[in-house]
Write a protein that binds this ligand. Structure first.
Ligand code: NAD
Length: 381
């Protein structure tokens, strides 16, 4: 029997992505796998079931899960979905282990081999599998467009018969994958862009995109070329610099995150009150509490004349390309494990070992095990 790769319809409200697009499904078929898809699974990305050439289409989710050797998902499975999975099935998806310990316990108890794409090590070899990065790039791009859309001002400079329009000033806080894509997109729209990140290593990346990197004029290089920690006074200077930049911006896009922790608060209510009326904040960290004190996750509010958007699940707003990139990530993750149409997991592969959440009745990811089962505190995430 060939390896059966099952694609359920995502049932999380608002989720339009699908874990496999037709072109990538073909690649799995070429590896000798049989793709089984739930009817309508790709409706959110406008692919009819017939686009999955050679795939088996099933209408009953119970039949889909019963037939699966591997289940590919975007969102974490619900308790009901986990109940439909057979013992020993391999599940790959965004499993959000920090957020829902009970679900992890259930995966363990059902003896499901689960891989959380969030845990894939961010090493060079695994870049093509890095779903956090692919979806963050989508979110960063869309955040810049949302900001442009909410703004009553042009982003580019325009020279028209009605006079010259000055370009918008866009500030991006957090210059990781999403932040860099937001900078690039705002630059493409013609805005003047400034950016800030606690990691000084981002300075060059920010500058290479044509944006200005905000920094305080201190030399934080200590012995041996390593950075030293900023003094309390220097940290204050840094905060004052960010506050000034926020006050001058027409649009602020915030993307600052610390893995597994609530989002850092970068913009206080007072800072919003000091912004220009008509300015816009798009807070990509809304899902983890928001970088702005006034952000309401999932809502768009106005405070002190400033529009503050806290969009949730931004990649789903760009479901077609987000799904395509995600599907390619999953293909890259599983391809080295498929031989002659059979799945043979190589537990010595650091990517497999690193991404594994549960296997054979155990929680393999130590910080999650600590969260679910208690006991000695591990600190290896
Ligand atoms: P992330 O989404 O966890 O965080 C976004 C950004 O917020 C980060 O750049 C972080 O430094 C910044 N941040 C956190 N606290 C902040 C604060 N108080 N003020 C301002 N900025 C703050 O990050 P990410 O985009 O997923 O990537 C982060 C890291 O992962 C980077 O080092 C990146 O180079 C690395 N990475 C490596 C690979 C790879 O080699 N395969 C792939 C992607 C990312």
């Amino acid at each position: 029997m060939p390896l059966r790769v099952a694609i359920p319809k995502e049932i999380t409200p608002g989720e339009r992505r699908v874990a496999l697009v037709p072109t990538v499904a073909e690649r799995f078929a070429r590896l000798g796998a049989k793709v089984v898809i739930e009817a309508g699974a790709a409706a959110g990305v406008h692919y009819p079931d017939t686009a999955y050439a050679g795939a088996e289409v099933v209408t009953d989710p119970a039949a889909l899960y019963a037939a699966a050797d591997v289940v590919l998902k975007v969102q974490p499975p619900t308790v009901e979905e986990i109940a439909l999975m057979s013992e020993g099935v391999v599940l790959v998806g965004f499993l959000q282990p920090h957020r829902d310990p009970e679900r992890v316990a259930l995966l363990r108890d059902r003896r499901i081999t689960s891989f959380a794409v969030e845990l894939i090590p961010r090493i060079s070899r695994a870049q093509s599998m890095d779903a956090l990065s692919s979806q963050a790039a989508v979110a960063g791009y869309k955040a810049a467009l949302l900001a442009a859309n909410l703004s009553g001002r042009f982003f580019p400079m325009l020279t028209t018969a009605a006079g010259t329009i000055r370009p918008a000033r866009v500030l991006v806080l957090g210059a990781g994958v999403a932040g860099l894509q937001a900078i690039a997109t705002a630059r493409r729209l013609g805005a003047i862009v400034e950016a800030y990140d606690v990691r000084r290593a981002t300075k060059e990346q920010v500058q290479s995109l044509g944006a200005k990197f905000l920094e305080i004029p201190v030399d934080a290089e200590a012995a041996g070329g390593y950075a030293r920690e900023l003094t309390a006074e220097e940290k204050q200077q840094e905060q004052a610099m960010v506050a000034r930049a926020v006050a001058e911006a027409d649009a602020v896009i915030t993307t600052a995150a610390v893995p597994g922790r609530p989002a850092p608060r970068l913009i206080s209510a007072e800072m919003v009150a000091a912004m220009k009326p008509g300015a816009v904040i798009v807070d990509l960290a809304a899902e983890t509490g928001g970088n702005c004190e006034l952000t309401r996750p999932g809502e768009e509010i106005t405070a002190h004349g400033v529009t503050i958007a806290g969009p949730l699940n931004v990649p789903s707003m760009m479901a077609e390309h987000a799904s395509e990139m995600y599907a390619r990530n999953l293909l890259a993750f599983l391809t080295p494990q498929i031989h002659d149409g059979r799945l043979e997991l190589d537990w010595n592969d650091e990517v497999i070992a690193g991404a594994a959440l549960t296997h054979a009745g155990q929680i393999l990811h130590a910080p999650t095990r600590q969260l679910v089962e208690g006991g000695d505190k591990h600190n290896d995430d």
